[in-house]
Design a protein. Sequence first.
Length: 475
Amino acid sequence: MTLPAERRASVWYASIVAAVIVVVIGAQLAAGEYTQFFVDFKVPYCAAQVMLHGSDPYRFGSLTVCEHTVAVPPYVPPLRASDPTLEPPPIPPYEMLPFLALAQLPFAIALALWMGANIGCCAVAADLLRRALPTVPPVFIGVAIVVSAVPVGLDLAQFTGIVLLAVTGLGIALRDRKPAALAWWLVVAALQPHVALPAAVALLARHAGRVAVLRAGAAIALVSAVLFGALTVEFVTRVLPGTAVVNLIDAVQVSFVSAPASLGVPLGPILLASRVIYIGAIVFGAVAAVRIAGRSGRPEALPWIGTAIGTLGAPYLHLQQVTLVLPAALLLIEIGPSRRWTQLAVYGLAMPWAALVMQSWGPWFALGSGVAAWRQATPRGLLAPAGTALLLLAILTAAAYGFTVLRQPEVLPGPVATGADAWAPFIVAQAHAFGLATLPARLLTWAAGLLLIVLTGLAAFAPATVRRPAGAAVR
């Protein structure tokens, strides 16, 4: 049977994106430099195994035996005897459901299925964005997703691909008026709760969105109460507060409040500021999303813009979560006030600067992906600022590379109750070791994030700044 032309194009495009992702990950593995590939899959996998045996996954020591034994050497190395347990699952119990199924499989098989799902979801998300944004060059979309998702999200085996597809699906479902699909994608997006929350708030502006939020919220609440009642209470009252403090001082996260934490400012004021910024970002994102959706006639802007601004303002923003800003940023290339400056913002957000500074292959990866994007979509006027950013990255890498020997400080925790308490000394030592080394690189991400926020504000409130490209959305 012959597929329609558009379906054939989708299959080819998604296949190419998936193949490039596999090649890039393979090249990183072959380099043998980054020794923690897929390490984050250990955490929920071991937590699920602990739960299957009737134990509490949030308690210190509960994951230690599993985490010291499961590995696919050399890509998921075992911990050293003096290492603390890996960070306990900083996620609510309802997120354990898919891992409870995977934990019944051998680790290598479960990891392969998880990675295959994430790579496939990245490819499908790229194709959906290609079809929804026909005036944005497909190669630019593909390159942005590959360079954003792979170096941190997929090489650590995070949720990146699955949640990126969920965020993309939110916009497509709202555009196509499919409330059941909207609720489903919101449940999947809740694998990253602080990402799903701003999307949910923005969706409340539409009747279909309100129905979807109620359905998704009811489903998550029911699962949390019925299947994981005691663990849910423990997570909210004990694990979440401890995890929030630990995350604030993580030296490689890129939230706007991470800099003062890395510089030793007391955590009390930073915690308060982080909450105020997050609430403000959610409100601003929702209001701007409503305005942009109305002015452009693009309902998909509602969850995409809301998610992007809320995510950028979150207290904890890891590099793989920046990938979830891309649907909104790519949409603003098509309808926003400045195609040129929005492309620069996309470049700055897609490039995982802090991660690349810590790896010697960083400048080469940045240079190759940047050239691929420029040749397709970037005006020549952007070559100077983007080239300057690449030069700065190379200098920072040369200056900071000596700090990589301190990436895994050995810390023996004292008496603790939860896994987050045990993880805190490790993160503190890590922040002291190379927090300042990553600070200049994080500035590049902050600058790009602020640029996107400004462009969003202009698109929402400045007169005559939103464009309506002919045939801009494939219905």
